[in-house]
Design a protein around this ligand. Structure first.
Ligand SMILES: *Cc1c(COP(=O)(O)O)cnc(C)c1O
Length: 413
């Protein structure tokens, strides 16, 4: 390559990147609020929020201010020193939750890795080596490190890499009887998403979560809520557990926490945290002052009751739009989810074709997401202007018309 030839296009992706992703045909260039512009200057309404991450939209002025201020002060210092932003962030998160100790990482997978290691360590200290079983649920998603992907309930992500970490059991989600039967003396921890996000936007039955809590208490096992996707206002509550009547022992959070600046956290109690002594776990970047300062502002803004009320009202507006689309096109079998984590499952006639709708949406100026092959997912900014939402659904109707029309025109086979 000539040093001066740095012309890049979507095509360049296939030439220079490890091919684990298959990105859209257009290349996003900048964003503002719930709108994004690509390198050709075309604009998009953003219903995906960078996969449930940019909860305050793109280029939020208060976050830009913090980024510039902390960016000019101190980015990184390493965990041989602490810093004021991370201590304030921990205080804020602990004031909002059951937790009184925090560990910061850089992603959801790392937060879960810390949670699972802590659970194993607690069981080891309290009960010995035999109590090592981690229970999780089919279709669940907990990240892509080898431990978290093995705990996750989607074999397609964990198979083909050789021997997997041992002591992991997968049960059907929302099956109270199966959970009661399986949770026992050997159980170290149960990890569950209050709403399965990647698995198809499937809310947990509150009675199921309650049964998990009871069985964990009965057998001295820890209950871990993976709120990486449901957390930080997404469900209309700061954390989704608040509306379930069940309190976990460990909670993991990431995605929206940094509004796009990579940060994750594991929150827990003082008694459990005490099992992680100096040097037992660690990270280079976790808890850095730049990420912590941004997350502190995100938490301050999203924990405002008025903002959370706005999430719940936008949820109603979004579901109304989906009902209207369905009256016109009859393509959804079920619309489910909470707050601004909404999934629309396609009817059998469109089974496996969520990707076609996402692609068509892109061609009509809408950024969309799927949750498995049969579900289109909406996880927009929590402060999405209603005008943008309306415009997005008008464009989406055209995209759906194109897919449905093409399907109807196709010769029968
Ligand atoms: C996205 C997600 C993860 C993984 O987070 P990364 O930041 O990609 O590592 C874990 N759990 C849930 C529930 C998620 O939605």
């Amino acid at each position: 390559m000539n040093d001066h030839d740095l012309t890049v296009t979507r095509q360049t992706f296939d030439e220079v990147m490890v091919p684990v992703f298959s990105p859209a045909a257009f290349v996003p260039d900048r964003g503002l609020g719930s709108r994004v512009w690509d390198t050709q200057g075309r604009d998009y309404i953003d219903f995906a929020g960078g996969i449930a991450v940019t909860a305050l939209g793109h280029a939020h002025p208060e976050l830009l201010k913090v980024l510039a201020e902390q960016g000019g002060k101190l980015w990184h210092i390493g965990n041989g020193y602490t810093n004021e932003p991370v201590l304030r962030l921990a205080k804020r998160l602990e004031a909002l939750t059951f937790a009184d100790r925090a560990f910061f990482a850089n992603s959801g997978a790392e937060a879960n890795e810390a949670a699972l290691k802590l659970a194993r360590r607690v069981a080891f200290d309290r009960h010995g080596v035999e109590k090592d079983e981690i229970i999780s649920f089919t279709q669940s998603f907990h990240g892509r490190t080898f431990f978290t992907v093995s705990v996750g309930g989607q074999p397609k992500y964990s198979e083909g890499f050789g021997p997997v970490p041992q002591g992991i059991v997968h049960l059907p989600y929302n099956d109270i009887e199966a959970a009661r039967k399986a949770i026992g003396a050997k159980t170290c921890a149960v990890i569950v998403e209050p709403i399965q996000g990647e698995g198809g936007v499937i809310p947990a039955d509150p009675a199921f979560l309650k049964a998990l809590r009871e069985a964990c208490d009965q057998h001295g096992a820890l209950l871990i809520f993976d709120e990486v996707q449901t957390g930080v206002g997404r469900s209309g509550y700061f954390y989704a557990y608040e509306d379930t009547g069940v309190t976990p022992d460990i909670l993991t959070t990431a995605k929206a926490l940094g509004n796009g600046f990579p940060i994750g956290a594991m929150l827990t109690t003082e008694a459990l945290a005490a099992h992680f002594k100096v040097g037992v776990h660690g990270t280079t970047y976790g808890g850095n002052p730049l990420g912590a300062a941004i997350a502190e502002k995100v938490v301050e803004l999203i924990s405002d009751p008025k903002l959370l009320e706005g999430v719940r009202s936008r949820s109603v507006a979004l579901k109304d739009h989906l009902a209207e689309l369905n009256e016109r096109f009859g393509i959804f079998k079920e619309v489910r989810g909470k707050g601004l984590l909404i999934g629309a499952e396609l009817t059998d006639a469109f089974k496996g074709r969520a990707k076609d709708f996402v692609t068509a949406a892109g061609q009509h100026g809408v950024i969309m997401l799927m949750a498995g092959p049969d579900v289109v997912r909406f996880v927009p900014s929590l402060i999405m202007p209603l005008d943008d939402m309306n415009e997005g659904f008008a464009r989406l109707a055209k995209a759906i018309e194109a897919v449905v029309g093409a399907t109807a025109d196709a010769p029968a086979r």
